[in-house]
Each structure stands twice: as C-alpha cells, then as structure tokens.
Design a protein around this ligand. Structure first.
Ligand code: ZN
Length: 346
C-alpha cells in the first residue's frame, strides 16, 4: 500500500459538503431549493464547485472535493437519477431512529441506475486540480434510513441493492480520476446491531474492486438543532464508536472518518482502529464557532496520543453544508493552518 501522507505529516481533508452560495440555493438549509434552472443551474453548480475548490487549495487542504455543490442533499442527490423511486409518493418518516422527521421518497419498483450520477461532476473536478480528489457517496445503510421502501421488504435486501448500484458508480468515478471514494454512514452510529448484520456487508459490496483509497465516514450528524438535542441525550461518554470500530478495523475499508473535536467521544476509541488511517475531526461543525489554528493544532496533537501521526489525517467532524459560507471558509483556513502548526510542533 503506497504511503498516503506524501511528503509531510497530517494530510488535510474535509468530510465533503460545503455551503451552497445563496445565488445557487437557499442558504443554511439541509434540503434547500435551487435558485436556478436548466443550463443556468448546471453552470452555477460548476462555478460554485470551482470557487470552493480554489478556497480549499488556498486554505492548504490536501485532498479536495466539490463541496457537494452538484447535489441538493448528500443522500437524495444520488437517488434522483435512479429508477424505481417514486418521488411523488412522499412518506413522512422518523429518520436516524426518529431523531428527526423528513418527507422521503418511496421505493416502489426494482432499483436501477439508468446513467452515471456524478461522473460528469468528477470529470469536471479532475480537470481543475492536480491535488488528490475525493468523491463522496451516501453509504447503503444511511440511504435505507433516508427513504421509504414499499418494494424490497427487508432493509438488508434494499441495502445490498443500493450497494451494487453504488459500486458501479464508484468504479466509474475512480476511472474518471477520483483518488479517494468516501461512503457516508452516519446511520452506523444509530443502528449498531444492524451494522454487523447487514450494514458492513453492504458497505463491502459497495467498495468491491475499488483501487482508490476508500473511506467510511461515521459521525454524530450535522451541527443542526435536532442533532445537538440528540447528542445531549447520549450521556457524558459517547460509546457508539466503541461498538463499531472493532468491526470497521476488521473490514477492508482503508480510512475511517470520525467525530473528535469538541465531542464526548472517549479519545481512547482511536486505539480500536490500529489497522486504519484515521480522518480525525479537528474542526467542529456547530454554527457560530470558528476555531483558531492553535485550537485545531491542539485537537490534532491530542489525537496523536492515541494514534500514530503517520495514520492521522486532520479533517472536519462532519459536512459543513448547513453553516454560513463565511464560517465554512474560516474553518477551511483554520484546518489548513492548524495542521501546519501541528506539523511544526511534532
Ligand atoms: Zn457526518
């Protein structure tokens, strides 16, 4: 396996999503409405992705992405191009174990991927940067928790079907030049028993045959009110990672992205992933808080007490989509500067 870090320690990256500019979509919303249509929308997405790419490069982020400017939501963006989903049949559902309610579309027929979903986006990004390019896809278990099913009957079967479709998509994105393929699985922290039973087997199926660096992102959610309230119910020590990390360590995924900064995650859990590279959240995603580079460096160095530096990639705790664009820009810079500061101290 080639070294990931390259010439220096603490390769920086983000979980993926960044805010959409207010001329493109409603700001600071999880399910915003687009403000453009047709070709103007397509051009607007590319312009926004390019602007965020340059922001990441200027901030010193090493593994860059499109900030998810091409999709309205991290799950539904992938689903929009599939057949078998009835978007007019909305089901009100309590998602992430009833943490919040959403009107989700319903699977009513066999799922098929009629065309690539994000291929053109990845090709566009690949042509714009020489840095390592990360693409993000929703994980099969999290997809199953973000739409309703009136066809497959068992969530495990639905997840495996999504895994096949995600795998076909991921292989195309890799061929288009993506160096890193990340699957977002916040549901792994919620349905612990099901993770081992069918969540991980579905993730393995989604990663099959990929030569790109694979990542699974498991977090405690965006910094929105429903998640903040949920976190308050989890007690002084958040122990979900303790259950699932040994399973993830035994899986074939190469990197695990986890929440760390400002959380109640016991720091020792990093030791449960001795065979993985860790994307350690050194930036919080709560609205209103901007870390200093010193705070970011402190978070990184704190993590090095439990994971060797060579396997540690400073990252954000989660996506930054719901934040203001100005705050997200500041956080990107704090991440880049904080990693540089940490390098100087080691
Ligand atoms: Zn997340």
């Amino acid at each position: 396996m080639p070294p990931l870090q390259g010439a220096f320690l603490f390769t920086t990256t983000t979980v993926g999503s960044l805010p959409k500019p207010d001329w493109l979509a409603e700001p600071e919303k999880l399910w915003p409405a687009w403000r453009l249509e047709g070709e103007a929308l397509q051009q607007g997405k590319r312009r926004a992705a390019l602007e965020w790419l340059r922001e990441q490069e200027a901030a010193g982020i090493d593994v860059v992405g499109d900030g998810e400017q091409f999709r309205i939501h991290f799950v539904h963006g992938f689903l929009e191009s599939l057949s078998g989903i009835d978007w007019n049949r909305k089901t009100r559902m309590g998602i992430r174990n009833n943490r919040y309610e959403a009107d989700v579309p319903t699977v009513t027929a066999p799922l098929r991927r009629m065309q690539s979903v994000h291929l053109a986006d990845a090709q566009f990004m690949r042509a714009q940067t020489t840095r390592r390019l990360k693409v993000t896809l929703p994980g099969p278990m999290t997809i199953c928790d973000t739409l309703a099913d009136a066809h497959y009957g068992r969530r495990a079967d639905l997840a495996m079907r999504f895994a096949e479709l995600l795998n076909a998509e991921a292989l195309e994105l890799e061929a288009a030049g993506a160096d890193v393929v990340q699957f977002d699985e916040p549901a792994f922290n919620v349905f612990l028993n099901e993770v081992r039973e069918w969540g991980l087997p579905a993730l393995e199926r989604a990663m099959r045959g990929l030569r790109a660096t694979t990542v699974v992102h498991v977090c405690y959610g965006y910094g929105i009110e429903a998640n903040v309230k949920w976190k308050a119910t989890l007690g002084d020590l958040w122990q979900q990672y303790e259950t699932i990390f040994p399973w993830l360590n035994a899986s074939s995924v190469r990197q695990v992205s986890l929440e760390f900064a400002g959380s109640r995650v016991p720091h020792e859990v990093l030791r449960l992933l001795p065979d993985k590279e860790l994307l350690v959240g050194a930036i919080e995603v709560l609205p209103g808080k901007l870390e200093t580079p010193e705070e970011v460096a402190h978070n990184i160095l704190e993590a090095t007490r439990h994971v060797d530096s060579a396997r540690l990639l400073p990252c954000t705790n989660c996506g930054m989509a719901p934040l203001s664009a100005e705050l997200a820009r500041g956080k990107l810079r704090a991440l880049g500067a904080g990693a540089a500061l940490a390098r100087s101290k080691i």
